[in-house]
Design a protein around this ligand. Structure first.
Ligand code: AMP
Length: 403
């Protein structure tokens, strides 16, 4: 029976999953990917095979009682019906915050789960949801090993000064520091850089993860040196619905002058700002691109996004002490040639000369000879998790065999 890895990414009302086969000494092979959304209201289920062909879907009309637990049970039944001869070897969970504790993926037991619960206040909108399927799996399938992979771990190589926030010690001692996120995406890219030659593998590189969430990471020799997200995933670039870096004075103003309460301010900053807030119409780059020629606010939202990316590139290049290459990834970075063109134009101070044909093709090197390199490289956060899981399971078996 082929051992199989289940990789989960849980949000407040969604559960994304991918299933990989493990083959000794080989890269994990993706066999299914899919998601549940609308959990707790009107859930949908959709699953594709490894090459993206739609295999099945489902819908539950009044799904108030259909949450993460029901989704996992449905998935377990679906897998047993559609995958004769598989044996689930482990479940991996994307967990946004590993706090100051977890530098790499960890096998979850009760003590680890309790520690991860302590980080809920550090990522209130994500951490609790990420932990929910861990509880469900330990209740329903207690024999299954569970592995947590963190968005923060990759940044643990940063120098202390890059992580420090200039606050009094009694506040910093509570764990208030810059952590950085999107670490699974950056770790995947760092792992493939050696396939793309020297500047990426051993040079000074800025990676632009531009999706609905967006951040930049400065890497030297494939290790994180600095990043735009900080204590929370609100910092840095403006995003689909998040403001990005903001003068703390604006928050006092909203609280004391506008009389918003804390929950309302949180909602403004996380859900009503960024591309959506500035355009007034959408957080979706495809829509904004379609509207931009006739809608000045859509154009302004894109312009601000590009302007802020360029400024943050400058900041990261200063932290790196130079720049050999820029890498675009995630939904916008991989699919929107116009954003790449505008960013490289704004960053022409660094000497970028775009190869427009390559940019329109949208993969690989997109700059001309003699320019600092710019690349488009698709990210794969689930594959890096599956690899980590495979490595950890092999280590475990080894320990058992020799123990
Ligand atoms: P992600 O969070 O990585 O899935 O990225 C989502 C973002 O990518 C959204 O803003 C989408 O509009 C954007 N995106 C996806 N495909 C395209 C495309 N073909 N052109 C422009 N933006 C895209």
């Amino acid at each position: 029976m082929v051992p199989t890895l289940l990789v989960l990414n849980a949000g407040s009302s969604s559960l994304k999953f991918q299933v990989f086969e493990q083959h000794e000494g080989k890269e994990p092979r993706r066999v299914f990917r899919g998601l549940f959304d609308g959990l707790g209201t009107a859930p949908n289920f959709m699953v594709r095979d490894g090459s993206g062909t739609r295999l099945d879907e489902g819908r539950w009309e009044s799904g108030e009682r259909f949450g993460h637990e029901q989704a996992l049970l449905h998935l377990a039944t679906w897998l047993s019906e559609h995958r004769g001869g598989y044996r689930l070897a482990a479940v991996g969970h994307r967990v946004v915050h590993g706090g100051p504790v977890f530098r790499k993926p960890v096998l979850v037991d009760d003590a680890v789960l309790r520690t991860l619960e302590q980080f809920i206040p550090l990522a209130p909108l994500h951490q609790g949801h990420n932990l929910e399927p861990i509880r469900v799996v330990s209740r329903r399938f207690p024999q299954l090993p569970q592995i947590a992979c963190f968005d923060t771990s990759f940044h643990q190589t940063q120098p202390e000064i890059a992580r420090l926030i200039a606050l009094p010690r009694e506040i910093r001692d509570k764990g208030v520091q810059r952590y950085g996120f999107h670490g699974l995406s950056y770790a995947y890219l760092a792992s493939v850089f050696p396939n793309y030659g020297a500047p990426l593998a051993s040079g000074k590189v800025v990676v632009a993860h531009l999706g609905n969430g967006a951040s930049l990471c400065a890497m030297a020799n494939g290790a994180s040196v600095a990043t735009t997200m900080g204590f929370s995933a609100l910092d840095g670039l403006p995003m689909g619905t998040r403001s990005g870096s903001i003068d703390a004075g604006v928050i006092f103003y909203m609280l004391s002058e506008m009389r918003l309460d804390v929950a309302e301010v949180e909602q403004v900053l996380y859900s009503r700002s960024g591309l959506l807030g500035v355009s007034g119409v959408s957080n979706d780059m495809r829509k904004l691109r379609a509207l931009a020629p006739t809608d000045p606010d859509a154009r302004l939202a894109i312009d601000l996004f590009v302007y802020r990316i360029n400024r943050e590139i400058g900041s990261l290049v200063a932290a790196l002490g130079g720049l050999d290459a820029l890498v675009f990834t995630a939904g916008i970075g991989e699919n929107d040639p116009a954003t790449r063109r505008e960013v490289l134009h704004a960053a022409r101070w660094a000497g970028f000369k775009i190869d427009e044909e390559a940019n329109m093709r949208g993969t690989g090197l997109i700059t001309q000879e003699g320019s600092p390199q710019a690349w488009v490289i698709p990210t794969d956060e689930e594959l890096i998790m599956a690899r980590d899981m495979q490595r950890m399971l092999a280590g475990e078996q080894l320990a058992e065999a020799t123990g």
